[in-house]
Design a binder for this molecule. Sequence first.
Ligand code: GLN
Length: 539
Amino acid sequence: MSTKYIFITGGVVSSLGKGIVAASLAKLLKAMGLSVTVQKFDPYINIDPGTLNPYEHGECFVTDDGAETDLDLGHYERFLGVHTSKANNVTAGRIYYTVITKEREGAYLGKTVQIIPHITDEIKRSIFLLGQDGKYDVIITEIGGTVGDMESHPFLEAVRQLQWELPDEDALSIHLTLVPYLSAAKEIKTKPTQHSVQMLQQIGVKPDVIICRTEHSLNEDVRRKVALFCNVKLGHVIQSLDAWSIYEVPLNLQKEHLDELVVRKLKIDNYQRPDLEKWCKVLSDLKNADKVVNIALVGKYVALQDAYKSILESFVHAGAAMHCKVKVHSILSELITYENASEKLQGIDGVLVAPGFGERGLEGKVHAIHYCRENGVPFFGICLGMQMAVVEFARNVLGMADAASTEVNPHTTHPVIDMMEDQKKTTTKGGTMRLGAYQCCLEKDSLAEKIYGCELISERHRHRYEFNSLYQEAFQKAGMVCTGHNPDTGLVEVVEIPSHPFFIGVQFHPEYKSTPENPQPLFCSFVSAAMKYAAREKK
Ligand code: GLN
């Protein structure tokens, strides 16, 4: 079978959940025994989202191969249970950069370099690159942005060309739109969808399927109207009702027969009956969780849900695994002081201090950690959260009053967190951190080793600073032990306080690898520790 290409575009408004729809369709096809991957095109000029503030663009997701990518790749991995790579996220910036670099190298000598064909060719090349070794039966490409945006144009033009170039049974175009409900008129309106499809057709892209995001079920009349005016078959109008969990979306789309429609149109016949048993079990565990724990997420980007997307999803997965509803309370770290920490963390069963960069809110993180350490509250620090646990311990246990990370205080007399040696040489900011998967050796009988159930793990990283090994012994003697090291460089990756009920900080980002079907063990153990803490409180 030749590789099949599915293109997903979005219309009317942004934030309709194209990423979730792409991931859900991929999940359905994978459950039918097909090999699938999902790719995202982002129409902005940054080479990758690594240099973007999370408030601009949500979390930056990191792949095993060290690419800083759009958070939708996190959805793809969580739904599909397979790892993505650099090739799964391409920005307009990367496309233009490649073309301009080639131009300087003389690859187009004598030619005027233009959007068509050079930019569109490069876009198509990035799509085919994923399918080149025949690894995938289906490649789903999500085009970021909304139809009508100026930046998306070259990507849509590339889709138009591919629809024309590929055999009919090898390409499918899906358009996701909003079908709003006007409560005053008690009516579902299809006009914005009609306009969006008109705009798409002006570019020359013909949708085969329209997926309508809607708060209310679409009746036959509405479906007929969308089908007629958007030029698709009646059965090709699919509703995507607001779901109680994003993980329910594949099942909702299956009820609408999207999976059958796709294999029929793409003439795929080597598929099996979809096996979604494990997925459904996670959903029912999630729904039927009878206990509740309250977790504080202490960070500086708490006003935007998407900023800590993978962490929030990891808690959903861990909750399902532990049959417990995890209520995450976001607390802005800059509001926490030594005096108010106990009040701010009242009723909290566990504290996660989030990753981050820069000075804002750092002291609040230190106070929150201080409170957890002294009061036996389960603590879990990720990256900057781990680094601040080290700073807190240095200041309040080892008496190093000005201990700090040199990221914020280069003149401290106790640089307990310092820049990694090879980082000192880097002068540019984009893609230059320590990125991607690295192995880590866990000390036998440490909390980390017990949690993972093995001594050698691999997790993803995104940082420039590290625990300063000169201080290891002093920390160890005072009760904070380093229980995870990189086997090649010796870098400290995990710290723990064995005398505390649950106190662990990790330099890596375990949240990137958690999936509903394979919840991350650190998150599960943290939730379990929080459940114990909650039960203890009640006694
Ligand atoms: N700012 C810290 C560093 O660069 C932590 C990074 C993070 O939390 N991802 O090391």
